[in-house]
Design a protein around this ligand. Structure first.
Ligand SMILES: *[C@@H]1O[C@H](CO)[C@@H](O)[C@H](O)[C@H]1NC(C)=O
Ligand SMILES: *[C@@H]1O[C@H](CO)[C@@H](O)[C@H](O)[C@H]1NC(C)=O
Ligand SMILES: *[C@@H]1O[C@H](CO)[C@@H](O)[C@H](O)[C@H]1NC(C)=O
Length: 390
């Protein structure tokens, strides 16, 4: 059996080598050789790849960066694949959203591990601290995060945390006033919150582990980003969420049905449409330079990765968007019936897959129920091992 497999892979190898050698002779032009490299890559995915689904990951759910969409997606993925989550221990102060945030994660802040099984997914709010996370997650864990264009992030933060009342900002020209004196308003807020080490207006860099007291030191920030670049497998960018997810699917060897999502956290609010002058943007950049550096670095990185995937990436992206729409349409119509069941055709990038009532329900489950589903599944497994949690 193994000999047969060895022979088979030998033939595949030989074939691949032949293709490369032939290609070397036949195609001289550079773009041709790129095409050949791609063909070889495609050949190797066809003749089975050592590509099996990666299921062990940390997702740093950066605040107000669109992380909730991915959080939902990961919980759905985890439930469908029976994976173990790191789940926050609920206390009076923590209603179960944070894993140690705003401080590094510590033992005892999450539900116990299932005996004999590893943790697979950590996706609740956490401050990125490699050592602390390494203590919890297996060695082969993949690290991911999400970032958002900083000015749009600021608008979202203003709205969500109601900074106008928290920071006592003027009612008129709120954003303009804040950006003309951010330090003043921050200080005023901080005076009463000595126990909160973060800043609402620099949340992205804070969540990514940048020391808030050094966040204006661009040398330090650049060094930190260099580490992040080496330590993160993929940083998603909200403005290019679909592109990011298709990359994720490719890197993780997932199926197209693993990256369907529904957006539910979209709100419209005043700050969202408030426009910014050039001056305001410059002021924001000066105040949140670490966030800008982070975003710009990882946006560039994302696009470099996309370019490396070749033309075929765009065809897969279109297929994904098209299928996502069709699945959503199905789920909103016939999918509401318990006996609903339909098979979506395969494509060069995905196997055929079945969408049924259960799949549709999971896809549209309200966030609190999804979160409870994950918690209950874990508690049930612990119960089977006679481990009690209060
Ligand atoms: C092909 O891939 C699947 C799953 O990714 C794996 O289980 C199987 O062993 C692979 N086959 C070969 C011949 O490598
Ligand atoms: C994980 O890696 C560390 C070294 O970094 C090693 O000591 C440890 O045994 C590894 N754990 C597993 C489960 O492989
Ligand atoms: C992200 O990078 C791309 C490619 O370089 C660029 O076109 C785009 O403007 C950047 N996006 C933002 C929001 O800065």
């Amino acid at each position: 059996m193994t000999r047969l497999a060895a022979h088979f892979s030998c033939i595949v190898c030989l074939g691949t080598v032949l293709v490369i050698v032939c290609a070397r002779f036949l195609f001289i032009q550079v773009d041709e050789s790129v095409r050949v490299k791609k063909a070889v890559k495609e050949l190797s995915t066809f003749t089975n790849s050592s590509c099996s689904k990666k299921t062990t990951l940390v997702f740093v759910k950066v605040h107000k960066a669109g992380g909730t969409t991915v959080y939902r997606l990961l919980m759905t993925f985890g439930l469908r694949h029976h994976l173990n989550f790191v789940i926050p221990q609920q206390t009076r102060k923590n209603r179960g959203h944070n894993l140690g945030w705003p401080r590094p994660l510590k033992q005892g802040q999450y539900l116990p591990r299932i005996p004999g099984e590893p943790f697979h997914i950590l996706t609740n709010h956490v401050v990125y601290n490699r050592e602390a996370l390494h203590d919890v997650m297996p060695n082969h864990t993949v690290y991911m995060a999400i970032l958002r264009e900083p000015f749009s992030h600021l608008k979202s933060v203003m709205n969500f945390y109601d900074l106008p009342s928290l920071y006592k900002l003027p009612k008129k020209n709120t954003m303009k006033s804040f950006l003309s004196r951010p330090k003043f308003y921050e200080k005023r807020w901080r005076r009463h919150r000595k126990d909160q080490p973060f800043s609402y207006t620099n949340l992205m860099s804070f969540d990514m582990g940048i020391d808030p007291s050094s966040r204006l030191d661009t040398e330090y920030v650049r060094g930190h980003i260099k580490h992040l670049d080496a330590e993160f497998f993929l940083v998603l960018i909200l403005e290019y969420l679909d592109e990011s997810l298709v990359l994720l699917k490719r890197y993780m060897c997932w199926d197209i049905s693993d990256i369907f999502y529904t957006t539910m956290n979209l709100m419209s609010y005043d700050q969202k449409i408030a426009d910014a002058s050039e001056k305001m943007r410059d002021q924001h950049r000066a105040w949140s330079v670490a966030d800008y550096m982070l975003y710009e670095h990882f946006n560039r990185t994302l696009w470099r990765k996309i370019r490396q995937e070749g033309e075929d990436f765009w065809r897969e992206l279109n297929t994904f968007r098209d299928m996502k729409t069709r699945v959503q349409e199905f789920c909103e119509t016939s999918g509401r019936s318990k006996s609903a069941r339909t098979t979506f055709e395969g494509s060069p990038w995905s196997k055929p897959f079945v969408v049924d009532f259960a799949f549709c329900r999971l896809l549209s489950k309200p966030l609190p129920l999804l979160r409870n589903g994950v918690r209950d599944a874990h508690l049930e497994k612990l119960h089977q091992h006679k481990i009690r949690v209060q």
